[in-house]
Design a protein around this ligand. Structure first.
Ligand code: CA
Length: 201
């Protein structure tokens, strides 16, 4: 069975450079894996219909074979859990700009309400806005997210309670955190997108 992932989503994907350094906010734009980008350097282009280049073996595959449950790259990179989680999530840039907009309108410590005390100073103790956006994109579950950002257990449980409240339709929780009525819709939408893609599983 083939699950089609839109090209725009796939292009929006980003992966951390190396699983061994999960705290480094070095997102690799997936476009670097696309043949037409690659070809600028090597002259060895993937066909536009098979634009995804397996990073290890160089095989060119169609976007529809990304995350379809069967390995098409020799090393199975096209089924990588982080890549396939990110494919279901909003693009990293969109998440980062959403977080940025909340901080811009409420001050640098605002996201403590969601992520706990390490989220002060515009998320700097967590590695910055982009690192948090990448972790939200790639972490399959909230446990993975907590591990990626080294969240304290108490902060992680608080975050879980916020997500569960949203999942249960209890917006009072968000209001009690000081989220304005005018923002409730966007915050709820943002959190629901994560819940709907397995974040609480
Ligand atoms: Ca595949």
């Amino acid at each position: 069975m083939v699950r089609v992932i839109s090209t725009s989503l796939a292009i929006g994907l980003a992966l951390t450079a190396c699983a061994c350094f999960p705290r480094v906010a070095s997102a690799i734009d997936l476009t670097r894996f696309y043949g037409h980008i690659h070809s600028k350097r090597s002259g060895d282009a993937c066909h536009p219909y098979e634009p995804f280049r397996c990073p290890t073996d160089g095989t060119c595959i169609s976007i529809q074979y990304l995350c379809d449950g069967a390995p098409d790259c020799q090393d199975g990179y096209d089924e990588d859990a982080r890549l396939c989680t990110a494919a279901k999530r909003p693009p990293v840039e969109e998440t980062a700009s959403f977080l940025q907009s909340l901080l811009a309108s409420h001050g640098p410590n605002y996201l403590e309400k969601l992520f706990g005390s390490k989220a002060r100073d515009a998320l700097q103790p967590l590695g910055g806005i982009n690192a948090v956006a990448i972790a939200l994109s790639e972490s399959q579950t909230i446990e993975d997210f907590g591990a990626a950002l080294h969240l304290m257990r108490s902060d992680l449980e608080h975050l879980r309670s916020v997500f569960m409240a949203v999942e249960n339709g209890d917006l009072g929780m968000l209001k009690s955190l000081g989220i304005k009525d005018s923002e409730l819709g966007d915050v709820k939408f943002f959190l629901e997108k994560l819940v709907n893609t397995g974040f609480l599983d």
